[in-house]
Design a protein around this ligand. Structure first.
Ligand code: HEC
Length: 232
């Protein structure tokens, strides 16, 4: 009986060890599942932070936008829209020449009140805001499209829409913030910085020599070092 008891105890122990080993392996395997965003998102705050960090004004992206790429993006829209001259309205209005048109008025389309009462015209900024999130731009809109969160996609599709027009507008230049560092301003700026830099360094060196070192070491090194400060 003792032998049998030992055998049972041995197997039980063994089973325990196997189970422990298994759980360690399982923990290793499934360990990497962490929430995408750590912590508790505070409504508004976190989102704003992410958005403003990543995104520059749409003009920045439009400056290097590519209508051909925009035509690819526009495939997401063709279930409801076409951008052909004289094209028919479908689930959504025909979009020929939409940039510069009044918001929610054109092409004899039966717009929702939400969009028709929005006011203003489609310019780069309103179009970008609309395509980023139709729902946020005109709550209650009939355009059941989630939006294009990627600003480059938006800029490209806006450039494409702009090209589908009797009178395409010139794409905006990059805003000053983005344009400044690149061309003629850069050398001037560095020159100015270099001059300003050497100036402040001179100042700093004098300041170091005068009060700190001399005040502390006058007694040790004697009058020899104190003389220059008197001249200054
Ligand atoms: C599921 C169908 C659907 C999809 C997909 C869709 N739209 Fe729309 N779109 C609509 C509808 C419907 C309206 C009218 C909205 C309203 O009246 O509230 C509209 C309106 C618009 C307008 C306003 C037109 C005007 O004259 O004021 C623009 C611009 C527009 N869509 C562009 C796009 C672009 C660009 C895409 C793709 C990135 C897209 N839409 C995807 C259905 C759609």
């Amino acid at each position: 009986m003792d032998d049998r008891f030992n055998t049972i105890a041995g197997w039980t122990l063994f089973a325990g060890i196997v189970a422990l080993g298994g759980s360690i392996v399982a923990a290793e395997l499934f360990h990497s599942e962490r929430p995408e965003n750590m912590g508790f998102p505070i409504a508004g705050v976190v989102e704003d932070g992410e958005d403003t960090e990543a995104e520059k004004p749409i003009a920045f992206y439009l400056a290097s936008a590519d209508a051909a790429k925009g035509e690819q993006v526009f495939k997401k829209c063709t279930a409801c829209h076409n951008a052909d001259k004289g094209g028919a309205n479908a689930l959504g209005p025909n979009l020929w020449g939409v940039l510069g048109e009044p918001v929610g008025k054109g092409h004899g389309f039966a717009f929702s009140d939400a969009l028709a009462s929005k006011g203003g015209t489609w310019d780069w900024d309103t179009m970008s805001a609309w395509l980023k999130s139709p729902k946020a731009f005109a709550p209650g809109t009939k355009m059941t499209f989630a939006g294009l969160s990627n600003p480059e996609d938006r800029a490209n599709v806006i450039a494409f829409l702009n090209s589908r027009s009797d009178s395409p507008k010139p794409l905006p230049a990059a805003p000053a913030e983005a344009a400044a560092p690149d061309p003629g301003t850069a050398p001037g700026a560095t020159d100015a910085q270099a001059k300003a830099g050497s100036g402040t360094n001179d100042g700093a060196q004098k300041a170091e020599a005068e009060p700190v070192i001399d005040a502390g070491k006058k007694d040790v090194k004697g009058g020899g070092e104190a003389d220059p400060t008197k001249k200054n």
